[in-house]
Design a protein around this ligand. Sequence first.
Ligand code: MLT
Length: 300
Amino acid sequence: MRYFGNNIKTLVNNLVVSYTDQGPDDAPVLIFIHGFPLNKSMWNKQVEELKKNYRVIVYDIRGHGDSDAGTEDFSIRLFENDLIMLMDKLKINKASLCGLSMGGYIALNALVYNPERFDSLVLSDTSCLADTPEAKTKRLNAINTILEKGVNYYADESIKNLFAPESFITNENEIILVKEMISNTKEVSICCSLLALSARKETCHKLSGIEVPVLILVGEEDKITPPEVSQMMFENIKNSTLHIIQHAAHLSNMENPEEYNNQLQRFFNTVYKKTTKVLTGNDNSIMSQLSSKLNILLSF
Ligand code: MLT
């Protein structure tokens, strides 16, 4: 049986995992994977839009949002395994994945190691590269900063790199939300995730083996996973499309949701060969008139 709604709790891999499941029962399944150290609510604007035509699932990676952390050492492969076990638990045989940054690392691993489970992939503001020695040192410094100055300080510092300068004027709400998401993540989970990120393996040599359609999205001002890296992935994945999101940096889905959602709609409509159009206000009123006429007829 499918549970439908927001913040549903289920046991996966001996872990309580929190997820949201919206949209029609029989529609193709889209699973969204959030970035570090955020949670599933970063996808709210995508869920609202895509649930009209798709079954949309967003979930909290272990140690983030409302999911338990468990007792195992964090790694991208462990996160990937959790995703596959969540799909098994929800009896989802096949889905499309959309992962942003750390979510993209997980999505790429999931596809490479379980190609039969996925119809398509969206790689957003992410990379197939491993950390350089300098990046690993930065992660260790970040752990020291968190232990010394706390998570709130880390949240304030992080948002400076996550958003484009103009987003501080145009997207104040999103900035408050992201600050809250980081501040509400436990110190230990942030530190363990930083270790997992720094130990992750490169997956670039796997790109040429990808057979499913791939959409690559990146904010034009993303400095964490810059557009050049997306360009490199685009050149190495045969069935891929690259789109640069304007007025956005690393959190392109939150900074420019209109353009981001349009790209997702277009891509998934092609993957699933959909011709259904989203109902306009006018269409909705015609539908409601028809349905009340039908009800009158049926009541005789
Ligand atoms: C993320 O947004 O998930 C992180 O920036 C990923 C990373 O630091 O490698």
